[in-house]
Design a protein around this ligand. Structure first.
Ligand code: HEC
Length: 283
């Protein structure tokens, strides 16, 4: 039957041609990777076309996802102050602060962390990046240890940051009540409790199940499966047990712990002298 026309032969030829070219492309790409010729060192910048491609990839990826977010009101001074304390504790090593020059991290990372004392950021995009991080860059996914409300507080603070001088910045940080975000705290919290708080199993109201704020000392320990109540228990390397209550909290509050965070967590203001015990460390 006359199915094989000149036209269909031509189409077949074109397809075969495309196949051959694609095949050569795959072989060339494999050879390029295998040769090890591309320098992945952070001190050797990408070529311009590669950098431009990666930048567009990141920008579009963030823009598309951020466009689905609903930005809450970010003008609340309590929100801004609360965000300042966390920014000071967690972000300045890479993103700097008024009066802080380059750090080893800010200098050495590639892609370089933007100087957030100069760059103004889109609120939704900043929220998305802070929560999810950026692959193959130094930017961590803070959403693994920080609840959304606390991330929005930092976003609120970032809207103000470029207009702050060193003194205004320090004032805000001082008013912030320190480092607190409903999970994942290290630094101040770990010091405040030193070893004392870990001597016995104690419940943590408001802790998300699986919270791993003690990741550092679980390295040699084991994490036990969740109990019937939904609480998780993990055993530290030294054999001490640690119980995390499930969320939402119904467990009895441990001695100094304040109430679980509302949607917009704000620490007591102004910071009381015993702020160390008061700052909300629900985890
Ligand atoms: C270890 C270094 C490091 C730390 C700590 C860090 N970041 Fe980043 N951050 C980066 C890098 C690197 C980028 C750029 C990523 C890229 O360009 O792909 C970035 C990007 C961002 C961006 C996007 C800025 C823009 O203009 O696109 C925001 C917002 C941001 N970080 C906020 C924060 C906040 C808030 C914290 C603290 C909770 C923080 N970062 C902590 C390294 C860090």
């Amino acid at each position: 039957m006359p199915f094989i026309t000149k036209k269909s032969l031509l189409a077949l030829g074109v397809l075969a041609g495309i196949g051959v070219v694609a095949g050569i492309g795959v072989v060339a790409a494999t050879g390029f990777v295998w040769s090890g010729v591309y320098d992945v060192g952070a001190d050797d910048p990408h070529t311009r076309p590669v950098y431009a491609l990666l930048e567009s990839l990141r920008d579009r990826s963030v823009q598309v996802r951020a466009s689905k977010l609903q930005v809450p009101g970010l003008d609340d001074p309590a929100r801004i102050a609360q965000g300042a304390g966390n920014y000071e504790a967690m972000c300045t090593s890479c993103h700097l602060a008024p009066g802080v020059a380059e750090t080893e991290l800010s200098k050495g990372l590639y892609p370089a962390p933007p100087d957030l004392t100069r760059a103004s950021v889109d609120a939704a995009e900043a929220f998305w990046v802070i929560k999810h991080g950026v692959k193959a860059s130094g930017m961590p996914a803070w959403g693994k240890s920080m609840e959304d409300a606390y991330i929005w507080n930092m976003v609120a603070f970032l809207q103000q940051l470029p207009s702050l001088d060193a003194r205004q910045y320090q004032e805000l940080v001082a008013r912030s009540g320190g480092h607190s975000h409903g999970g994942g705290e290290t630094g101040g919290h770990a010091q405040a409790n030193a070893e004392a708080g870990h001597d016995d199993a104690h419940p943590h109201p408001g802790a998300p199940a699986g919270d791993d704020h003690h990741a550092a000392d679980t390295s040699g320990g084991a994490k036990a499966p969740a109990t019937d109540s939904g609480a998780t228990t993990h055993v530290h390397a030294d054999g001490k047990q640690h119980v995390h209550a499930p969320k939402p909290a119904t467990a009895i509050q441990s001695t100094a712990a304040p109430a679980a965070p509302a949607t917009t967590p704000v620490p007591a203001q102004p910071a009381a002298p015993e702020a160390h015990d008061q700052h909300d460390h629900q985890h």
